[in-house]
Design a protein. Sequence first.
Length: 358
Amino acid sequence: MRFLFPGNTVTDLGAAVGVALAVAVLLWAMHCFLISRLERVAARTATQADDWLLAVVRTTYKLFILVVALYAGSMVLELTPRYEMIIHRVAMIAFLLQAAMWGDTGVRAWRDRHRNMDGGPDSAVSVLSTAILDFLMRMAVWLVVLLMILDNLGFNITTLVASLGIGGIAVALAVQNILGDLFASLSIVLDKPFVLGDFIIVDDILGTVEYIGLKTTRVRSLGGEQVVFSNGDLLKARIRNHQRMNTRRAAFIIRVTYQTSEEQLRAIPELVQSIVSSQENVNFERAHFFALSESSLDFEVVYWIQSPDYFLFMNAQQAIFLSLVRQFRERGIEFAHPVRKVRLSGSLQGDSVVPPTP
């Protein structure tokens, strides 16, 4: 003991042991109290923060508490610089490893929470992408801790970090397209601009999302063929997701002939309103006489379908058109069609024009 702790009396050693025991008991009591308290709180609440904190606290190991207690006890003793450095490094390594375990547990708790939240048709895709993101985050945590431990042990990590940086840049440049699609896949899974089964429009492609992978997303178009998009290119495009539509705005134009009387023209908006309002799940907005075209008098009609269902929209549209055709016929209102009248100043005879007789 004199060799290990020169210059310290038995009283000093006893005080160090007492301090170590007191710190160990105090830390263990706090650990047990926090776990008991968090368990009661987590049982009463539906939030995930307390569950995450409970999982982190539970990963506090007894060996870490013991090392902290011994380090606190060593502060009472007079130590040589060599032993003081050794104890300091051991305590720091224990703290870094415990911090890595806390971070690792926090990442895994986030992963489990995200998986539990995703119970939809794209859950398999979410599990795969979340697993990849979980692996990258945990690897980053342990890599940082490893570098800090090496630095604590006296190694010069500047060259190592620079080498890792240069190698990482080279690898990233070599696989930048793959990495771009991979992170785009993670963005799709986490941000959810669309999920499996959604009907989307990308540029001039219309179809249903059939598969979301790590590199590509596949859409079954209306023509039946499968269109494959790169995830990176897909997120750069403007995506119109019809599955997220709550209501659908519909508008059409009615064209009647110039022979339509003023009384009939005044009656058309009220007639259209009664026809549109009589449909289920349809809200009439307006009907106006808005244009004098070359061969027709034009009315614009706007209404809203209170459902994103396309078949419901088409059924309502069909019923409205049939009622319009029937009631216009009953009232003698004629729909216009393109007509062009050409008046000749004379009649053609052979290759010459014969002027009309006076």
